[in-house]
Ligand binder design. Structure first.
Ligand SMILES: [Zn+2]
Ligand SMILES: [Zn+2]
Length: 272
């Protein structure tokens, strides 16, 4: 059965553990190796047991540990050719390279990995769809300026969806960021707003949708209750009973939640 744990999400770092049986993958590694290990240990997992690390793009909040991890022989690194060029992996890299090609499925253990192109200011950024032996799938779309038809096509039918819900445009416009950065975030190669995430959710909605995770919220230009309200309203308007959870920068969030008093708690969890 699936064990999914977001280790943190936001501009200070992104990583998620995706596990089915003995197959363990990481999506993005935007923390130091020590911090990744620490967060995994908090979930009872070890970096040594991870078979492959897949990466969305080369920005440091997604690849901070990549050079360190590339020196480990037990791991495979899944990157597009463009991302691999941009991160300039160490010559001493021991990790096996898995070439990620948008639209071409890969298999690691029991998990099928499919990628799709995203529009973002990076060399060859991608989003991911992970398929599991029970036929269910997890889709992750983060760091994209707009959600194109390719993303919608690739994420169709996913029971679990992680969607970027980066900012509220009014907060961003009125906020302290310099003008060039505001333009970049609002552009087609920047980040999805809460309303854009809701629009994407609307295009992906189906009766089998079980859970939506909101990712990469800006600490400055968004608030978890605001993002949850916009996306929660969307779910209600669609008549869907899927769960909705906001993934914060520091507190790991597990799905399904462990039924233990000391289990990490999400910052906010709403069930529509
Ligand atoms: Zn990012
Ligand atoms: Zn980025």
């Amino acid at each position: 059965m699936l064990r999914l744990a977001f280790l943190g999400s936001g501009s200070s770092g992104n990583a998620a553990l995706i596990r089915w049986g003995q197959t363990r993958l990481l999506l993005d590694c935007g923390f130091s190796v020590a911090e990744l290990s620490r967060r995994l240990a908090g979930l009872g997992e070890r970096l040594e047991d991870v078979q492959a690390v897949f990466v969305t793009h080369e920005h440091s909040d997604h690849v901070a540990a990549l050079r360190g991890l590339s020196r480990r022989g037990h791991l495979a690194l899944g990157l597009t050719a463009g991302t691999a060029r941009a991160v300039k992996l160490a010559k001493r890299a021991k990790a096996e390279r898995l070439e990620v090609r948008p639209g071409v499925p890969l298999r690691v253990g029991e998990i099928e990995v499919l990628t799709f192109r995203t529009l973002h200011d990076a060399c060859e950024p991608v989003g991911y769809r992970f398929g599991f032996p029970d036929g269910s799938a997890l889709g992750i779309a983060t760091d994209l300026g707009v959600a194109g038809d390719g993303a919608v096509e690739a994420l169709r039918g996913c029971a679990l969806l992680g969607l970027e819900s980066n900012h509220d445009p009014d907060m961003l416009r009125a906020g302290p960021y310099p003008a060039f950065l505001k333009r970049r975030i609002l552009s087609d190669r920047g980040h999805l707003s809460n309303a854009q995430a809701a629009d994407l959710l609307g295009r992906l909605a189906h009766p089998g949708l079980r859970q939506v995770f909101l990712l990469h919220l800006s600490k400055v230009n968004n608030r978890p209750p605001l993002a949850a309200a916009v996306l929660g309203e969307k779910l209600r308007s669609l008549g869907l009973g899927a769960g909705l959870a906001v993934v914060g920068p520091d507190q790991p969030l597990e799905y399904p939640a462990r039924n233990r008093a000391d289990a990490p708690r999400p910052q906010l969890e709403l069930f529509a």
